[in-house]
Design a protein. Structure first.
Length: 366
């Protein structure tokens, strides 16, 4: 799909298939904690989640024998990462400064050719974006690029606070943080805002968890675009369980930890980026139905409407809505609006996979 280069399957490895329409669940379903943090006392029992071996945009399941080599390599990579020593909170250890994490661009991969998508709604010229949603699938690279370009035209950003689902079950804690660097190829390195990441880790009572970052496309897909359009910006990243059901105590704790960075003054230099894809694994009718629920939030954002978002980063949407959509808060909350730059899906972009669609909303809150 990208010319003569062979794309590693891992690049398009699908998000975990344990996805359900949250509207069919109780709004706030509490579940036993699987990872250790200051909110959980159960022993660590993290199991590696099984993900679909199919590519985005391909409805046909391939012969599994073709994936044996890949699966063995993946298992070996996981075994190696799990034996590595995680960098401790507040330590400038050598582990925290390992070789920068590879991105698609540093590996010589290019964005796949897809159908041209028309912009749905331009960001108003006088708007100052505070937060937004972006896909972490390179299939939607053309939209990711335009989203970052639009943001760069609207404002400067010193630090991107990125919340991403933790894929593949590699996180060992409620939230995974790390002082990492990403290799963005010709655009250089994207570095962590060390002081902020350390403060956030202390607030959340977690240690750095680099293992969860090594193959996390929720971050690595976006880094070349950040380096391209915001070459001086740094990042503060949090990986978490974003699938339903939502653990409210966990989501609320993250909201409280991040809120100080998004006061009226701090929002001038910081940006909250929710790395997320929306409807998963449905046909066109199912995808359109789920996306109609998600659009309710974007059409009329409110603190309690995060629940309408059918996506793989529910905790991230909870944080966004609870920080910026507080009622009667003139400083940072109050009435906010969304601009939907793009709304598309894997089938529209690729023309393939009509019964296994992932949808995307590229939005700005201002």
């Amino acid at each position: 799909m990208v010319g003569k280069k062979k794309i590693p399957l891992l690049l398009f490895f699908q998000d975990p298939p344990e996805y359900a329409n949250p509207l069919s669940r109780a709004p706030l379903t509490l579940r036993p904690a699987r990872r250790r943090s200051c909110f959980a006392t159960l022993p660590i029992g993290g199991k590696l989640q099984r993900s679909s071996p199919r590519r985005i945009g391909s409805a046909k399941t391939k012969d599994f024998s073709a994936y044996k080599k890949f699966l063995l390599l993946f298992a070996a990579a996981v075994a190696i990462t799990l034996t590595a020593t995680s960098c401790k909170r507040g330590e400038n250890s050598k582990d925290s400064k390992e070789v920068p994490i590879a991105t698609w661009l540093s590996q010589g991969i290019t964005e796949p050719p897809v159908k041209e998508i028309q912009i749905e709604e331009n960001l108003p010229k006088d708007a100052f974006p505070l937060a937004g949603t972006v896909s972490h699938h390179l299939l939607a690279g053309i939209c990711i690029d335009q989203w970052f370009k639009t943001l760069a035209d609207a404002r400067k950003v010193e630090t991107f606070f990125i919340i991403s689902p933790s894929h593949y079950g590699l996180s060992t804690q409620e939230w995974s943080l790390c002082e990492c660097e990403w290799n963005a190829g010709k655009y250089g390195l994207v570095k962590t805002d060390k002081k902020t990441e350390m403060q956030l880790a202390k607030t959340l009572c977690v240690e750095y968890d680099r293992n969860a970052y090594r193959i996390e496309h929720g971050f690595s897909t976006l880094m070349p675009y950040i380096a391209k359009y915001f070459p001086k910006a740094k990042v503060c990243t949090v990986a978490l369980n974003g699938e339903p059901p939502l653990k409210q105590s966990q989501a609320q704790a993250l909201t409280q930890a991040l809120s100080p960075y998004f006061t009226e003054e701090n929002s001038k230099k910081n940006f909250l980026l929710i790395s997320t894809d929306f409807s998963h694994h449905g046909d066109l009718n199912d995808t359109q139905k789920k996306d109609s629920y998600s659009r309710k939030f974007f059409q009329s954002p409110a603190k309690e409407k995060w629940f309408f978002c059918v996506c793989d980063n529910r905790q991230g949407m909870y944080v966004l809505s609870n920080i910026f959509c507080k009622d009667q808060d003139k400083k940072i909350g109050g009435q906010k609006k969304f601009s939907v730059l793009y709304h598309t899906n894997s089938f529209e972009l690729s023309g393939e996979g009509g019964d296994d669609i992932t949808s995307y909303f590229f939005t700005f809150m201002y």
